[in-house]
Design a protein around this ligand. Structure first.
Ligand code: GLN
Length: 543
């Protein structure tokens, strides 16, 4: 039977609960335990798939095709394990499944109530994660802040869970803020005290308190938090602000958080294997050059909308001890003649067009792609970024001037990108995109093959539109190479332009599979080419 760690948050959001949960999981894995992770989100959407990236940030896609919270991206990057449908549970998911069971007659005769029906459903999701993953330890993060109305039933389920499983099988980690007040020049413990009181009001006593603070706590503050929080002083783990999130597991390890957890569970405390992470930190702290990559999107006011892309660029940079600076370009602003593309891209050594939906900002992305192609600047297109590259090439190289996607122009005469056949009858928007892992056959002798060194790959998808194979011959005749094809459906997965030093685009999302210790091959070669480009005469290297 598995053991369970629950991570809650107090005082305010944005304290790094997701990173705390991921760091704990990484440290337990480094002790040789099999770990699995789960996030509870208290909103009523069934999943974040239909939410605006500007509200919610990126939608992370799991291998089995679930649209999930971006924290799952942190989890996978830290623990390097594939998560699945049991990993992201929302109130929407819980309520709709209980109501479905009620309609089916599963509870005939009973009055359906928040407790026990909703709380049981929540507990079942925790047990299900443990069962399907066969993990030794399941780490569950509860979104939101303790005291929120939305998460109260989730907290109630956790209270019951501890009652069922006992203290030897469950452990509560509460993350809080210890703010520094200028003027009185001291750290304040009251917000932490109050949030622990709030947690206790829900029937939960934390076992570990993780304190986010700008400074070391010092003995007096630690003693005070321990006393009011009713925990031993050693169970207070300091999460001092850091420059790089990858430092956090090592900080926690120094405070032996994993030993506290294993002790409570009565599990053996083995030696930690953290060399791989220390090596990563060593690289991260010794980056000796910088390059700039332009990321052309329409949600750029919220960097979190492109979180995995941002991380994947960083990971690839680490391989070359290079810091990747992102030039955030709002594609809509490129439209019209008000801005000079030369100016926008003057310091950029690569142009990346990531995923996106809807017609706003499309023409600006096409301009950016054209600029990359014509100026021989390395280009990486992801999902929408591949569709853009196809449209741009069809229009400006093949002379199909009205080429477009039926997503932006339903009546378009030359739909080089079109709705997939099986999408035409789809009515509901939620959960109906082409999602998750699909295979892709790679053609030998191409850039894609050089990157992957493999014939068959699996990558994660999230899209409704597709390259229209009726245009394949004419694009081929003009020099586009279709280097990746789905072997089952014949759908185009990767395109490239061999006459260009580095122009490649894919229908899938490689960023979801990048890890800090294992950068993704498409990002690695893109960054390598950008570094090369920066050295050429055209490359306007800044450093
Ligand atoms: N909007 C495009 C589609 O649905 C691309 C999606 C994406 O970039 N994730 O096919």
């Amino acid at each position: 039977m598995a053991k369970f760690v629950f991570v809650t948050g107090g005082v305010c959001s944005g304290l790094g609960k997701g990173i705390t949960a991921s760091s704990i999981a990484l440290l337990l894995k480094a002790k040789g335990y099999k770990v699995f992770m789960q996030k509870f989100d208290p909103y009523m959407n069934v999943d974040p798939g239909t939410m605006s990236p500007i509200q919610h940030g990126e939608v992370f896609v799991t291998a089995d095709g679930c649209e999930t919270d971006l924290d799952l991206g942190h989890y996978e990057r830290f623990i390097d394990e594939e998560l699945n449908y049991t990993s992201n549970i929302t109130n929407g998911k819980i309520y709709s499944s209980v109501i479905e069971k009620e309609r089916r007659g599963d509870f005939l005769g009973a009055t359906i109530q928040i407790v026990p029906h909703i709380s049981n459903e929540i507990k079942n999701k925790i047990y299900e994660a443990a069962k399907t993953s066969e993990a030794d330890i399941v780490i569950t993060e509860i979104g939101g802040t303790v005291g929120d109305i939305e998460s109260s039933v989730m907290m109630e389920a956790l209270r019951q869970f501890r009652l069922e499983q006992g203290r030897e099988n469950t452990l509560f980690v509460h993350t809080t803020l210890v703010p520094y007040l200028f003027g009185s020049n001291e750290l304040k413990t009251k917000p932490t005290q109050n949030s622990v009181i709030e947690l206790r009001r829900l029937g939960i006593q934390p076992d570990i308190i993780v304190t986010r603070a700008p400074l070391d706590l010092g003995n007096a503050i630690r003693a005070k938090i321990a006393l009011f929080g009713s925990i031993p002083e050693k169970n207070i783990i300091e999460a001092k602000d850091v420059n790089n999130i990858y430092e956090i597991p090592i900080n926690f390890h120094r405070q032996q958080i994993e030993d506290i957890i294993l002790n409570q569970f009565g599990l053996k405390i083995t030696k930690s294997n953290l060399t791989f992470w220390e090596d990563l930190l060593d690289k991260v702290n010794h980056l000796d050059q910088e390059i700039e990559i332009a990321l052309v999107g329409k949600y750029v006011e919220l960097e979190d909308a492109y979180l995995s892309v941002k991380e994947a660029l960083k990971h690839a940079g680490y391989q070359f001890l290079t810091k990747v600076k992102i030039n955030w370009v709002d594609s809509e602003k490129l439209e019209g003649s008000r801005v000079s593309l030369d100016e926008v891209f003057q310091h950029s050594s690569g142009i990346l067009v990531p995923g996106g939906f809807g017609s706003r900002g499309i023409e600006g992305k096409i301009l950016a792609c054209q600029y990359a192609r014509e100026h021989k600047i390395p280009y990486l297109g992801i999902c929408l970024g591949m569709q853009i590259a196809v449209i741009e090439f069809a229009r400006h190289v093949c002379g199909i001037s009205d080429a477009s996607s039926t997503e932006f122009d339903e009546a378009c005469k030359s739909p080089v990108i079109d709705l997939m056949a099986d999408q035409k009858s789809v009515v509901n928007k939620g959960g109906t995109l082409r999602l998750g892992n699909y295979p892709c056959q790679i053609k030998k002798g191409t850039l894609a093959y050089q990157d992957y060194q493999q014939d068959l790959i699996l990558e994660r998808h999230r899209h409704r539109y597709e390259f229209n194979n009726q245009y394949m011959e004419i694009l081929k005749a003009n020099g586009m190479v279709f280097s990746g094809i789905n072997p089952d459906s014949g759908l185009v997965e990767i395109i490239e332009l061999p006459k260009h030093p580095h122009f490649i685009a894919c229908q899938f999302h490689p960023e979801f599979k990048s890890r800090p210790t294992k950068a993704h091959p498409l990002f690695v070669s893109f960054i390598e080419s950008a570094i090369q480009y920066a050295k050429t005469e055209n490359g306007k290297k800044t450093n």
